[in-house]
Design a protein around this ligand. Structure first.
Ligand code: ACO
Length: 325
């Protein structure tokens, strides 16, 4: 029996040119490099230029992913873009990327699950592929969180940055075993009771303003380690795997201590965890595809490797995905 799988054939990343260091931030809010590094692992972040939008970042990452996959934009029949910072309230940022790539067929739409957005978008694309409704999908995570930060709030403004990552996903026939390349499983969760721990205090329907990110950091931290460990175990169990079977963990890059806490709970060697949070802080939906692109680009993640991606974000939302690359 043949089974259709979603194979990741190319990855791309884009970070805006402007780098904002911890030292620079210490000039505007009451913080210092030592505090930020020791509590988060973050050294710097990238900030989109004036007039540079989420769709511009997404387009740049998408072009790189398509080039890496050797795929012509004409082949793409689905674009799923994860973002919490769209260019405009509508239309979707995905349609801006679609137009930028010169694609006029298929569907393009956004999904919103904040920092878990890329995992949710990948799950949506995977289900389109498995349902034979897409043969070639572009899945993107792109954010300009710099536009929703309160730059006077040291509790939050030091934690985030802008960026985009993208992957090309192609429908491929296989035998349906764990040996086939492609997405082996996806696992999504939400629990809306935790709204007040992490949210933006604005929006078109409530305040008619964009608003700013608000967070109870310590509570988010606690939930993150618990939920991420649980969903990683769920994903491993679903595939009859243990942490030893993983070649790589590609986690959401929120905070080095959350990454280390999750890896420790799994008994996973730190060398198997892709870490990029030091270089670009938390880029929300962009962070998982940025880390994946880094691991693939520098040759650590190779074809055939088993990769587990996981993320958690506002809502709360959280999820995981197991892939044979
Ligand atoms: N510089 C200096 N001091 C600071 C800063 C700063 N940038 N920010 C906060 N502080 C102070 C606080 O005011 C507090 O001072 P006080 O004790 O006098 O009141 C002190 O540092 C300790 O604050 P805590 O909140 O207890 O510090 P904690 O060790 O919990 O670290 C942090 C804070 C980094 C936010 C941590 O809780 C965290 O990473 N939480 C997860 C948040 C997160 O990653 N959110 C992203 C979205 S969700 C996700 O992606 C998973």
């Amino acid at each position: 029996m043949t089974v259709t799988r979603s194979v990741i054939t190319g990855c791309g990343a884009y970070l805006p040119e402007r780098v904002l260091t911890n030292e620079e931030l210490a000039g505007t809010v009451d913080t210092d490099d030592e505090w930020i590094k020791s509590r988060t692992g973050i050294c710097k972040r990238h900030i989109a230029a004036k007039g540079e939008f989420t769709s511009d970042l997404a387009l740049a990452a998408s072009r790189r992913a398509l080039a890496a996959a050797g795929t012509d934009p004409d082949e793409v029949d689905l674009i799923v873009l994860a973002t919490a910072t769209p260019d405009e309230t509508f239309p979707s940022t995905a349609t801006r990327v679609q137009a930028g790539l010169g694609i006029t067929r298929g569907a393009a739409f956004d999904v919103q699950a904040v920092c878990s957005g890329f995992i949710f978008a990948l799950a949506v694309a995977d289900n389109f592929v498995k349902a034979q409704q897409s043969k070639c999908a572009l899945v993107i995570g792109a954010e300009t969180f710099s536009r929703i930060l309160d730059w006077e709030d040291r509790n939050t403004c030091v934690l985030f940055g802008d960026g985009a990552g993208a992957v090309v996903v192609k429908a491929t026939e296989g035998q349906g075993t764990n040996e086939d390349r492609g997405i082996l499983s996806t696992h999504l969760h939400s629990d809306g009771r935790h709204h007040d721990l992490l949210y933006v205090d604005g929006g078109p329907s409530s305040t008619q303003t964009t608003g700013h990110l608000r967070m109870q950091g310590r509570d988010v931290f606690r939930h993150a380690v618990t939920n991420l460990s649980a969903v990683v175990h769920e994903a491993l169990d679903a595939n009859g795997m243990s942490a030893d079977d993983l070649d790589w963990l590609v986690p959401h890059q929120a905070n080095k201590r959350i990454l280390e806490g999750t890896a420790r709970k799994l008994n996973l060697a730190p060398e198997k965890v892709i870490i990029t949070v030091d270089q670009h802080a938390n880029t929300s939906a962009a962070s998982v595809p940025l880390a994946l692109a880094e691991g693939v680009g520098d040759g650590r993640i190779k074809q055939g490797d088993i990769v587990l991606m996981e993320a958690m974000g506002g809502g709360f939302t959280w999820g995981a995905c197991v892939v044979r690359m």
